[in-house]
Design a protein around this ligand. Structure first.
Ligand SMILES: Nc1ncnc2c1ncn2[C@@H]1O[C@H](COP(=O)(O)OP(=O)(O)OP(=O)(O)O)[C@@H](O)[C@H]1O
Ligand SMILES: [Mg+2]
Length: 309
């Protein structure tokens, strides 16, 4: 697939000297959904703002559809839609006018059928003549999405689209995002909900303190998550893993007082039964056993924590 967003060593130092992006490189393929995960202050909004031409980077380059975000700013901007993190809507304006007006800002001709389709897709058609201030928080968020879509962008940036949105509406939003993907729109979203990334993303990028720590296919991450560890506490210590057990993926831990067995939960058999039999044959007596699974959340917390001295 073709690369649609290309970010190379992008830097942002805010006035006052704060370094919010420290050389971010990333390439995003046409039609994919990339979830950008990171703690508060990691630089997610700064990255999105730079790519959408709202803030000027202080180093590096980026292109959208081949257009440089600085030197060819207009062409790059025309390709993107942005749903900002902060609600920024005119409270007394009607829903339909808000969306129409946004399309006009991009110099696109009025298209009533398109506006109707977008409002219906976001379940806002019934509210089209309501004023913004008469909407609930989740509906306002959907108006922001409608605004971002009305000039038919090829790349949609969603900065925490489901923050403060109830579970049902969050699932509706996921459907909207998947519908857009089906139409070929590339989507970059930030979220604090790990399950959101799990549910809809094709790839996951983790950012902390202005640096990308990981970019990986969700499927590969899930495969890692499929790995579990069985911890076996032994009654007496071992100085090494016995020869007869060397075919198992075993690791000696806690000064020989425990064995750790790594296995895949999605395989046909975990091998636990055979392992326990082999341990008994070896004459080893067990004090306790415990299993644990590495989740995306753990991978995420581990990465971010490791990165914080
Ligand atoms: N206009 C600004 N001037 C100075 N510093 C800023 C400005 N905007 C953001 N920052 C700083 O840059 C860092 C990154 O902010 P950013 O908004 O990109 O984080 P974020 O990852 O979007 O966080 P959140 O999850 O809270 O939305 C923060 O330390 C923030 O204080
Ligand atoms: Mg943010």
């Amino acid at each position: 697939m073709a690369v649609i967003v290309s970010v190379d060593d992008l830097k942002k130092v805010y006035k006052g000297g704060f370094e919010a992006l420290r050389g971010v490189s990333l390439s995003i393929e046409e039609g994919e959904i990339l979830a950008l995960l990171g703690p508060n202050g990691a630089g997610k909004t700064t990255l999105i703002s730079a790519l959408c031409g709202i803030t000027t980077p202080t180093g590096g380059t980026a292109t959208i559809g081949g257009h440089d975000i600085v030197s060819d700013y207009r062409a790059a901007r025309a390709m993107v839609g942005l749903v900002p993190q902060e609600l920024a809507l005119e409270p007394f304006e009607k829903v339909i006018n808000t969306v129409r007006f946004s399309r006009g800002l991009f110099g696109k001709p009025h298209d009533a059928a398109l506006i109707e389709r977008i409002l219906r897709q976001l379940s806002l058609w019934d509210k089209r003549n309501n004023r913004i201030r008469e909407l609930s928080g989740g509906m306002k968020r959907r108006v922001l999405i409608a605004k971002a879509l009305c000039h038919e962008p090829r790349v949609l940036f969603l900065d925490e689209p489901t923050a403060g949105v109830d579970v049902e509406l969050r699932r509706d939003m996921w459907q909207v995002v998947e519908g857009l993907k089906a139409e070929g729109v590339t989507i970059i979203l930030t979220t604090h909900y790990i399950e959101e990334a799990e549910a809809i993303a094709d790839r996951i990028a983790v950012i902390n303190k202005g640096e990308i720590l990981l970019v990986e296919n969700k499927a590969d991450l899930m495969a890692r998550m499929g790995r579990k560890t069985l911890r076996i506490d032994l009654s007496g210590p071992l100085d090494r893993v016995p020869e007869t057990l060397r075919d198992y993926d075993l690791e000696l831990a806690e000064d020989g007082h425990a064995l750790k067995y790594h296995y895949d939960t999605r395989g046909d058999g975990t091998g636990i039964t055979r392992l326990l039999q082999a341990l008994a044959q070896e004459g080893l007596s067990l004090r306790d056993i415990e299993t644990r699974q590495s989740s995306l959340e753990e991978i995420f917390v581990g990465l971010v924590h490791e990165d914080t001295p």
